[in-house]
Design a protein around this ligand. Sequence first.
Ligand code: SF4
Ligand code: SF4
Length: 440
Amino acid sequence: MTAKQQTMTFYPRLVHGRFNYWRVGMVLLTQLFFFVMPWVNWQGRQAIWFDIEHSRLLIGPWVFWPQDFIYLAALLMACAFALFLWTTIVGRVWCGYSCPQTVYSQIMLWIERLCEGDHVARRKLAQQPWHLEKILRKSARYGLAIAFCLWTGFTFVAWFSPARTLGTQLLTLDMGYWEAFWLLSYAVFTFVLADRLREAVCKHMCPYARFQGVMFDRHTWVVAYDTPRGEPRRGQDGAKGDCVDCGICVQVCPTGIDIRNGLQYECTSCAACIDACDQVMEKIHKPRGLIRYAPADAEKMPLWRFKTVLYSAGLLLVIAAMGWGLANHIPFKMDVLRDRQQLVRQTSEGEWQNDYVLRLSNGREQPVQFQLEARGLPQLTLPAQPYLVTVPPLSRTELSLSLTLPMDEAVTAGGHEIEWVLTESQTGQQRIEHSRFFTD
Ligand code: SF4
Ligand code: SF4
């Protein structure tokens, strides 16, 4: 590709076909989820809510606290394994169909087409001097694009700050500083990446485009031109191949490459060229598939090979561990912190006393009563027996309390292992945390 081609603006031609339906379907599906989910409620609160203020993540009936970070790590690992597996089998289809960069670039392209016309009209308009119609068309295009980006920014913030409250704040111009900052930042981010940079991000900025080659092998399905069938193409000596050199496969390519030159790292596997060439083949009464998804080695393509077995095993393992963890998830937590200023105190009643801070988190939608016990040393005593504490729904309570132990020469000096036991009164489920009690 020449330097001139690299810097020129692409006006990809619109294409219809079976793979285009998949692309449009994925845009609608992903955006439906992104834009609608913040408005879906579960038991009176947002169903999926990254509640930063209270350091918790609410997903339907589940509440995750910072201690549950392991689930997030497992989810990211599962996504990574799924992506590796998918890429090894069918190449960069993630890029072509569901990557947010592709999806938002596609939406911006729809807006551009709506306001400025097809690829020929858009190119002509760009070359014309400014006149009333150009001003009106460009204003409509950028007005719609900016409105969409602002809506995207609002929705992004709504995943962290409840959508209904945020909507009211927006309408009454009472939005907080941070909400307004992130709304505008995300809107600008979307506009720059999806409208201004578009596939330049895939070609020059995306790290995945660079390292996905590691996951490819000779059986990976890629978008490929059938060279023996297509060549020599029309216009070449002894032309008898099926390619009529119409160039439509290049015109529809969002990254502006010619797939007839072989697989290139710029190719996002969007299959627009497949749809385009299939239409040409139908017109000239040739079989479809001159450009098609095909493995690099057409002879052998076992699905189960070392890489796919490895990624599948990793994926299944992580999913099984997550499933087991969620099935046995106890929706309350306890953190125990010792007073670091003073290890042990002697009271006037002849007791050793240690001070602790306990943080209790209740992940249930109702208030929960707990019983607290300390075990590990005989006559270890809490300030009350039984020690009962009620934690409001979906919140945390911090307790500062002391344990006492009668001074006894039989108890050796130093730190003694003890257990804090938190029992949910209604279900009997328990959390046990270990700590130390010091004597001197
Ligand atoms: S669309 Fe098909 S026929 Fe036309 S140039 Fe591309 S490969 Fe050749
Ligand atoms: S070469 Fe084909 S599949 Fe690859 S990016 Fe261009 S149009 Fe999409």
